[in-house]
Write a protein that binds this ligand. Structure first.
Ligand SMILES: *Cc1c(COP(=O)(O)O)cnc(C)c1O
Length: 411
């Protein structure tokens, strides 16, 4: 038998990055920072360097690292029951479903684990609803999606992506999707047919660079879909649960969807928890055995999910996102070196003047100065600090970004 040193024997950034290179798979290109500890809006690396986390796990960490109410819920549940599978009821899931339905103003909750699974679930439910309720011919159902979308990484979900790096080499793809330009209600209207069962949209496109659609777009889509007996599915996995300054970003436009997908922050930064929530008559098309997940709705996830719902029920985090976001947006718009600042709530996409460098260059320089952020693509950097940041910490973020842009323009 051969023995290898456990990973814990290596402790420095250099050693751990090398170890990742030796045994990992290069499906990510992480910044050369190795994190070992987190609390609130701050993380510490293996060399003891502290960073302000301005990414917050792409909004999975809306409540910061190790929020005490969330870790307490997880610890308590770890000592009682963690997994049953859905062959049996567990004593945590019904309460979580009640809490999430109440929080989102919806009727039914289908629990899953990751975001991509929630999207897959919503697509399957929409198709089944199309055949069983709307009366679409078997096999003919179509779903309209938007250009620039990001809904996850499974084969079906990348089937309707227009990002070559998400698709190339992974076909053949799942048929049945029609893609129209994001933000163009007329194009969407033209794409609806009698076979269309659903429109799937992000109310604000996160991965595309925090792209906010034109005013009135979501409302127009809601009217068009209602008129054609087409389900509106809003993917709120990144935009929801406080990030945009509301529990659901769609509510900011006065739009109620038939189904919502939720994920990321629903797991409190502790466990993967996702869900499809919405109309009972739509989710109710599923019959026993037709869809499921070994881990979906497990008691540990449900306990954490309920604790997340309790945090959001006060409205405190949604208000913080609005207030801090207004401050962050105003300060970002004063910075030289940016060609665009887009955002909603505490969620911004900034475009760096290409003469200064790429989004990646800015993120590398930010990390050297103690702020962690992530480029989306090209010149765009996404800023989504945890909703627990203080105004002073937002100022640290903007001041550091200002120094980095200043340095890059001086070179
Ligand atoms: C992150 C994300 C997903 C996928 O979630 P995973 O948990 O990574 O599978 C889907 N939709 C949107 C809008 C997202 O931001």
């Amino acid at each position: 038998m051969t023995t290898t040193a456990p990973a814990t024997a290596t402790t420095t950034t250099g050693e751990l990055v090398a170890l990742a290179g030796a045994h990992g798979v290069a499906n990510y290109a992480p910044l050369p920072v190795v994190l070992a500890h987190g609390e609130g809006a701050w993380v510490t690396d293996v060399d003891g360097v502290r960073y302000l986390d301005a990414l917050a796990g792409y909004s999975a960490l809306n409540f910061g690292h190790r929020h005490p109410a969330l870790t307490a819920a997880a610890h308590a549940q770890l000592d009682r029951l963690t997994l049953t599978a859905r062959a049996f009821h567990n004593d945590r899931l019904p309460g979580f479903q009640r809490d999430l339905a109440a929080l989102t103003g919806t009727e039914a909750v289908l629990p899953m684990n990751t975001g991509a699974e929630a999207v897959e679930s919503a697509l399957k439910v929409a198709r089944a609803w199309g055949y069983r309720v709307k009366g679409v011919r078997p096999g003919a159902a179509r779903i309209v999606v938007a250009g620039g979308n990001f809904h996850g990484r499974t084969t079906t979900v990348v089937s309707f992506s227009d990002d070559p790096s998400a698709r190339d080499g992974f076909g053949p793809f799942t048929p049945g999707f029609d893609r129209v330009p994001y933000g163009d209600a007329d194009a969407l209207a033209a794409a609806l047919t009698d076979d269309t069962v659903a429109v799937l949209l992000e109310p604000v496109q996160g991965e595309a660079g925090v792209v906010v659609p034109p005013a009135g777009y979501l409302r127009a889509v809601r009217e068009l879909t209602a008129a054609r007996d087409v389900l509106l599915v809003l993917d709120e996995i990144q935009s929801g649960l406080g990030r945009a300054g509301a529990t659901l970003c769609g509510d900011l436009s006065g739009v109620r969807a038939d189904l919502y997908t939720l994920g990321k922050a629903l797991g409190g930064g502790i466990v993967p928890v996702s869900a499809v929530v919405g109309r009972r008559d739509v989710l109710g098309v599923l019959r026993p055995g037709e869809h499921g997940s070994t881990f979906g709705g497990n008691p540990l996830s449900a306990a954490v999910g309920s604790a997340v719902c309790a945090l959001l029920a006060t409205g405190e985090y949604q208000a913080a996102a609005r207030d801090l976001g207004a401050h962050l947006g105003a300060r970002l718009r004063e910075l030289p070196g940016l060609t665009a600042v887009r955002g909603v709530g505490l969620w911004f996409g900034i475009d760096v003047d290409p003469r200064l460098g790429t989004g990646r260059d800015v993120c590398v320089a930010l990390a050297r100065r103690g702020v962690l952020a992530k480029e989306t693509h090209g010149v765009t950097v996404r800023l989504s600090p945890p909703l627990v940041v203080t105004r002073d910490e937002v100022d640290v973020l903007v001041d550091t970004l200002g120094s980095v842009l200043g340095d890059l323009s001086g070179e």
